[in-house]
Design a binder for this molecule. Structure first.
Ligand code: C5P
Length: 285
């Protein structure tokens, strides 16, 4: 196969509990990932030059070795002695450094795409192992799963048999946040709570939206707000729009709410667009 174009979806974390800090500096988590239909599109075309060339019109996306997409392609070249190169075109819709894991998703899509374009025949297990080397959020996107439980540093994935299709309103403030700074600012004393992931899982399995909305949880919230207290306004503004469940996704700053329908999501999108440039209506994918 010479070329291939794939969708690269974003994720939300409906639950994120930090369990402890590990000797390697990472934190053990318990998190629920939801894949959503806010997607980038990534195109791959193999070339004979051996070079990895990235094209992307978005000004904040690096085109060189700093890009996780570049790292993913390079990792495959090195690991399997691949002489071919690749031209990669990224159409970016997922905001950068927002807590929606756009970069990690693009890296996973690159592993999946090049597995086909370069004819590597790698198993899911091998791809997951490689993905985990690139970033904690990468493995989730290597499973064809709308929902998953993430443990370890978020890289141990168990797909979940949840059928619910939820609608969300997502606000992405301009302030960028990086996982490293949010985890560094985290006070582990404040994370000792008794939130139980199974209660939320049960209401998601039952499709009980109102109950699920009350159970959204993110241990990184205090840390996100300690770095940028102004983000509380975003959360409050969503709550004031009568959205029952509002939370930060991952290490933020994206704030999302569960809403009852696509109509409601679109209505809120228009309303919130008066205050924020980046507002999305998105559903489970
Ligand atoms: O794995 P990833 O490269 O996305 O992680 C970026 C940074 O976020 C890590 O260097 C670490 O500081 C922090 N992190 C963490 N615990 C996790 C995931 C990320 O401390 N489970």
């Amino acid at each position: 196969m010479q070329s291939l174009t794939l969708k690269s979806p974003a994720k939300l974390n409906l639950f994120l509990k930090v369990l402890n800090k590990r000797p390697d500096g990472y934190h053990n988590l318990e998190t629920i990932f939801e894949r959503i239909d806010l997607c980038d599109v990534v195109g791959f075309r193999s070339n004979r030059s051996g070079r990895i060339r990235i094209a992307c019109a978005h000004p904040e996306v690096p085109l060189g070795p700093k890009n996780l997409v570049y790292k993913a392609a390079q990792l495959l070249q090195k690991e399997f002695g691949i002489r071919e190169g690749v031209d990669i075109k990224i159409a970016k819709r997922i905001p950068v450094a927002a807590g929606l894991a756009g970069g990690s998703s693009n890296a996973a899509t690159t592993l999946l795409g090049l597995n086909q374009v370069w004819g590597l025949g790698l198993s899911r297990q091998k791809l997951v192992e490689l993905g985990a080397r690139l970033g904690s959020d990468v493995p989730f996107f290597l499973y064809d799963a709308s929902w998953a439980l993430g443990t370890g540093r978020g890289d141990q994935i168990k797909p979940l048999d949840i059928r619910a299709k939820l609608w969300h309103i997502i606000v992405v403030p301009r302030r960028k946040m990086y996982s490293r700074e949010v985890f560094t600012a985290l006070n582990l004393e404040l994370t000792k709570n008794n939130h139980d992931v199974n209660i939320l899982l049960r209401s998601l399995r039952k499709g009980s939206l109102e109950k699920a909305a009350r159970l959204l949880f993110n241990d990184l919230e205090t840390s996100i707000l300690s770095i940028c207290p102004k983000l509380l306004t975003v959360k409050k503004r969503l709550q004031a729009c009568d959205v029952p469940g509002v939370a930060f996704s991952g290490s933020g700053p994206a704030v999302y709410g569960l809403v009852a329908s696509q109509e409601k999501a679109r209505h809120l999108q228009k309303k919130l667009n008066r205050f924020y440039k980046q507002v999305f209506a998105a559903a489970t994918l």
